[in-house]
Design a binder for this molecule. Structure first.
Ligand SMILES: Cc1ncc(COP(=O)(O)O)c(C=O)c1O
Length: 432
């Protein structure tokens, strides 16, 4: 999507100190060992407040549907969390929220509802979707007798060209599912352009996006994007595992769906709710709303947007450092024996802070071990894993070391990562 902050801008020292003070295990793991955690795409560093507030609420046994004082407090916590989720998504107030245990469950649920109730002859998706959306589209296309059409990845960017998606859309398209940021290549899809191109050919097609890897890095705006659904997973964006949320547009919210008969028509949650997870999400929004340093009294959404823009700008500065280095340390593009993929157009194409690399003289698994021996946590995504195979092959790779820092990291830590990378590459070249 068009970047809201095209210029890379590191946080001020004051903001950096504040940000770092909010995260747990930033410099040391739970055993007290020093480490640099650059595997945030697999589950991000946690805000202390998100875990603490959730725990606080969890300690109360009361059901928020009862009339007691504590129960009413818990109901208010949930209501605030729902408002914060709408602010985060910039959702239409007539839309709905689907809370689930995982983002994959949310994706499967909405794909099923759309394929059950929106007539059509084909579903369009892309070759780099996470399995949660690719597999749900495949399964439900088969189940409902629709053709599955798969847009290829752009080999140069590791991303999706909106025109490649639109080329597959026709009057029979019921659903289009396109990932917002790739969990393997870091490429950001121009979702508003996808929606515009799809609707120009078929105004009735439902368009949904997997926002799981996009959400920690940029401003989500469901209404401006014009999508029917976006899902997020708080554990990828500074919160806890075990809960996920999907925003649904008003027309999607109205489709028949699993629901207890006693629940109101717009309710998508099935069964008891967990106010603790809403408390955790409100803590994330509280934090983001302070990072942007807006004037007191600024409305929640504007403060949140300012915070996410500051986060995005800092991360773009870290991305620039990773790729091109600093005056003290050469960047990934210039370290002999290291290949950073899809980076040539990184200056012009939207890309989040997820960097795939390979080494000439080391397997991805050996490189990941060498990093850990040097106190750096990264992860390999390889074609032997069924979670990654299709995506890697779609972009012409067998495997990558995925490097995913977070906005709480500094330029100096990024330099440290580069020094370690250079050392590993040199040892690999020397055959050690
Ligand atoms: C892009 C993307 N979508 C969806 C998911 C699935 O999230 P969950 O594990 O919560 O189902 C992931 C998890 O890695 C992801 O990276």
């Amino acid at each position: 999507m068009p970047r809201t902050t095209p210029e890379a801008r590191p946080f001020s020292d004051k903001t950096m100190d504040y940000v770092r003070s909010q995260f747990a295990h930033l410099e040391r793991d739970m055993h007290g060992a020093e480490r640099l955690f650059f595997e945030n795409s697999g589950g991000s560093l946690r805000l202390r407040a998100a875990a603490e507030r959730a725990l606080d609420v969890s300690l109360s046994p009361d059901s928020n549907s009862r009339p007691t004082r504590v129960a009413r407090d818990l109901a208010r916590v949930q209501q605030q969390g729902e408002q914060d989720l709408f602010a985060f998504f910039n959702g239409d107030p007539d839309g709905a929220l689907l809370p689930t245990a995982t983002a994959s469950q949310g994706m499967f649920a909405i794909v099923r509802v759309i394929t059950d109730h929106v007539p059509g002859t084909n579903i369009v998706t892309t070759a780099i979707e996470h399995p949660s959306s690719y597999d749900s589209c495949t399964r439900d296309a088969e189940r409902t007798g629709q053709e599955l059409r798969v847009a290829p990845a752009d080999q140069e960017t590791g991303g999706i060209d909106p025109a490649a998606v639109a080329a597959l859309v026709d009057e029979g398209t019921s659903l289009v599912s396109v990932i917002a940021t790739s969990n393997i290549t870091g490429a950001v899809t121009d979702i508003p352009a996808v929606v515009a191109a799809v609707r120009a050919k078929n105004p009735d097609a439902y368009v949904i996006t997997d926002g799981v890897q996009y959400a920690p890095h940029g401003v989500v705006d469901a209404q401006a994007w014009g999508v029917d659904a976006v899902n997020i997973a708080p554990y990828k964006m500074f919160g806890d595992r075990g809960n996920a949320f999907t925003y649904l547009s008003p027309r999607l919210a109205r489709l028949p769906h699993d629901k207890l008969a006693a629940a109101s028509a717009g309710t998508w949650a099935v069964g008891s709710s967990a106010p603790a997870v809403y408390a955790g999400f409100s803590a994330i929004v509280d934090y983001l709303a302070t990072v942007g340093d807006t004037a007191p009294g600024t409305d929640r959404r504007s403060a949140l947007v300012a915070g996410m823009r500051a986060v995005h700008a800092h991360e773009q500065a870290l991305l620039g450092t990773l790729l091109d280095g600093t005056e003290h340390q050469r960047g990934l593009r210039r370290i002999p024996g290291v290949h950073v993929h899809f980076a040539d157009r990184a200056a012009t194409l939207p890309r989040d802070l997820i960097v795939p690399l390979t080494f000439d003289d080391l397997s991805c698994a050996d490189a990941v071990r060498a990093y850990e021996e040097r106190g750096v946590i990264v992860y390999e995504r390889v074609a032997s894993s069924p979670y990654s195979e299709r995506i890697l092959r779609a972009v012409g790779l067998e495997g990558v070391v995925r490097v995913s820092p977070l906005h709480c990291h500094t330029v100096e830590e990024t330099e440290r990562f580069l020094r370690v990378t250079q050392e590993i590459a040199e040892k690999g070249r020397a055959g050690e």
